[in-house]
Design a protein around this ligand. Structure first.
Ligand code: PLP
Length: 411
């Protein structure tokens, strides 16, 4: 398109956008299973107000907008508390899991260079770790080395031990990973790293704002946070199971000094003045910080525990319903509400054909491979559609046509 010569009315602009938006996935109706984490209408209303209040400000300069700095510090501190970081831990907010991960990997690279003279830094992460780690390695000039998975779809410890060497800057584990929702053996992996003075990152982008509340519900949660001695950094996304609107994640360092020494960027050779920044972005939108702060305060611990209970109940119902179908089974043993399911061997069912039949019924289910499987990530709202989903799934397994293609789709 080209820029219209004359501007249109506000009504016309919005009508045109609404028309386009009608083609988008129906996340309000809980028919999507990734990208948006719907909690409920009250949460949405708070987020809308918080976003509106901070639509224009810029979080780049904390001196101009001290309220933003304060809110950021408090969001980071809440995450630190939930993940049992020590009092002197440090951290900052970023635009999302990917940026948090890139910053943690950058800090690990700098630390390895400063403390161990590592000049060809390696980033060692399980095959199931998010592509953000591959992206970080690519951007930061690190070698990305993948740890194969064991039969339970968790990082294989023997393989990890064999891959770690004197050029290893950082070892990674997920709690949980996206594809299978399984948690890696964090204490064992972190011990392998810390014995050699190597950084260890727990990617809790998914679990950081849900597992602490699963624990309060009395659900079994394996050690994954700063209570594990060798964990040096963590990522936790407020815009996933913290329910904030997009653009809100936290990266944390056990040692607050590392944030300053290895993550922060300070530049004083510019006529424009002293430039200080903690992550990739320069200008930073204020609304995600405000949204994150508002929702932590609106829900409080009790609200998060209640929503975690709804997610747990939805997960039980979905998983029981899937396993009750003789043709289907879960992949591995998922830790929380993120999981994949596939066709049982010998069932003659193609999971992608089932996915196509579900698409036709209006569900948006992500596909993945290794093995071919369908992927679900449940939010509180999914409790309201569990029965409809399972009834459509049973029908899709019985009456699906041929698969429209084996191409895996990830979102
Ligand atoms: C386990 C895990 N880590 C990192 C990320 C990256 O987060 P973002 O998409 O916010 O950059 C995701 C995204 O789904 C994830 O599931």
């Amino acid at each position: 398109m080209t820029l219209p010569k004359q501007g249109q009315s506000r009504e016309a602009v919005l009508a045109s956008m609404r028309e386009r938006k009608a083609q988008d996935a129906d996340w309000h109706g809980a028919r999507t299973f990734s990208l948006v984490y719907p909690a409920n209408d009250e949460v949405d209303a708070v987020l809308a107000d918080a976003n509106e209040l901070y639509l224009y400000e810029n979080a780049l300069n904390p001196l101009r907008f001290p309220s933003l700095r304060q809110m950021e510090v408090e969001v980071v501190d809440v995450a630190r508390g939930l993940l049992h970081g020590p009092e002197d831990a440090g951290g900052c907010m970023t635009s999302g899991g990917t940026e948090s991960i890139i910053m943690a990997m950058k800090a690990a690279r700098e630390r390895a260079k400063a403390e161990r003279d590592v000049t060809r830094p390696k980033l060692i992460a399980p095959v199931s770790a998010h592509p953000a780690f591959a992206k970080a390695a690519h951007y930061l000039g690190m070698e990305h080395v993948q740890i194969p998975l064991d039969d339970d779809y968790r990082a294989d410890l023997d393989a990890a031990a064999a891959l770690i060497d004197d050029q290893t800057a950082v070892v990674v584990g997920s709690a949980p990973n996206y594809p299978f929702g399984t948690a890696d053996p964090i204490p064992e992996l972190a011990a392998l790293a810390s014995e050699r003075g190597i950084s260890f990152h727990t990617d809790a982008c998914l679990g950081g704002f849900l597992l602490p509340f699963y624990e309060r519900l009395g659900e079994p949660v394996p050690p994954f946070d700063f209570r594990v001695p060798g964990v040096t950094t963590m990522s936790a996304d407020v815009h996933k199971y913290g329910y904030a609107t997009k653009g809100a994640s936290v990266v944390l360092h056990r040692d607050g000094e590392h944030l300053k020494k290895y993550q922060r960027f300070l530049y004083d050779r510019w006529p424009g003045g002293l430039y200080l920044s903690f992550a990739m972005a320069g200008a930073r939108p204020a609304a995600p910080i405000a949204a994150a702060w508002s929702i932590l305060h609106y829900l409080g611990e009790d609200g998060y525990v209640e929503l975690a209970g709804q997610i747990r109940d939805a997960t039980r119902r979905f998983q029981q319903g899937i396993e009750a179908l003789p043709e289907l089974c879960l992949v591995g043993k998922p830790l929380m509400s993120v999981f994949a399911f596939t066709a049982r061997e010998g069932s003659g069912v193609d999971p992608f054909a089932v996915g196509d039949a579900m698409d036709d019924k209006g569900w948006c289910i992500d596909r993945q491979h290794g093995p071919d499987a369908l992927h679900l990530m449940l939010s509180p709202k999914h409790l309201t559609v569990a029965e409809a989903f399972l009834s459509d799934l049973a029908d899709a397994v019985k009456h699906h046509g041929p698969s429209r293609g084996k191409q895996a789709r990830y979102s």
